[in-house]
Design a protein around this ligand. Structure first.
Ligand code: ADP
Ligand code: MG
Length: 238
């Protein structure tokens, strides 16, 4: 089933046109990886899906419902950022609980959700620490945990691993793959790392200057690039 649908999406900041007519369909449970060079509009696209940026023209639908006018908190979406964006003065447990608290989830239910997610991400022993007392990899686990506790229908990841060193990046990549396999959530994942894209994606979308260049399975995009830009970007055989 088409779960996340984007129709003729345009986004401009003043005179600058950043997204220029994006059409995209993400199936339920799909792992869509959005790739493209720096400045091509990847974060802007995620931000419009999450409701952090308004839309200039076009429509975004989740499970068939138009969400353009909904606030971020009204969309069943969680986003994980490159910079973690954890609350520095709150314990890990509080960071995980915060979004649930805001939504009025009762304490026993919150505690249960936190325990479940902490086990899943192996951060049980860190629950009483502050973000400042964690390593980069641990912080990223907490940031993912904070998104997971809400059990959103759609996960948006904006280059979540780019602040981690190479070894940790590979570990976390496998972790994210495992979580997706376990939970079956719909994911839109932004990266500029072509290997990360090939490893994680069930579908790849390639963006250049606010225009989608190609959309398809990793094998198809790699083997049958639709233009030189895609071939070059994916490192396709000549
Ligand atoms: P990417 O994530 O692919 O690197 P972005 O979506 O962050 O690209 O940015 C795409 C373009 O939009 C860039 O030229 C950037 O300068 C511009 N842009 C992004 N956000 C804003 C903003 N709030 N105001 C003005 N320009 C912006
Ligand atoms: Mg970006």
């Amino acid at each position: 089933m088409a779960f996340l649908e984007i129709d003729g999406l345009y986004k401009s900041f003043g005179q600058t046109d950043v997204l220029k007519g994006i059409d995209l369909v993400v199936e339920e449970g799909d792992f869509l990886v959005l790739v493209g060079p720096s400045g091509c509009g990847k974060s802007t696209l995620l931000n419009t899906i999450a409701g952090l940026e308004s839309v200039t023209k076009g429509e975004i639908r989740i499970a068939g419902e138009r969400v353009n006018e909904l606030k971020p908190s009204e969309r069943d979406i969680a986003m994980v950022f490159q910079s973690y964006a954890l609350y520095p003065n709150m314990s890990v447990a509080k960071n995980l609980a915060f979004g649930l608290e805001m939504r009025g989830v009762p304490k026993d239910e919150r505690d249960r959700a936190i325990q479940e997610v902490a086990e899943m991400l192996q951060i049980e022993k860190l629950l009483n620490r502050r973000p400042g007392q964690l390593s980069g990899g641990q912080r990223q686990r907490v940031a993912m945990g904070r998104a997971l506790v809400r059990k959103p229908q759609v996960f948006l990841f904006d280059e979540p691993l780019s602040n981690l060193d190479a070894k940790l990046r590979v570990d976390m990549r496998m972790e994210i793959k495992r979580l997706h396999a376990t939970l079956g959530t719909t994911i839109v994942y932004v990266t500029h790392d072509q290997i990360e894209a090939m490893t994680l994606a069930s579908t790849i979308a390639i963006l250049k200057d606010g225009v989608l260049q190609q959309f398809g399975s990793p094998e198809d995009v790699y083997n049958n690039p639709s233009n030189l830009f895609v071939a070059d970007f994916m490192g396709s055989p000549a």
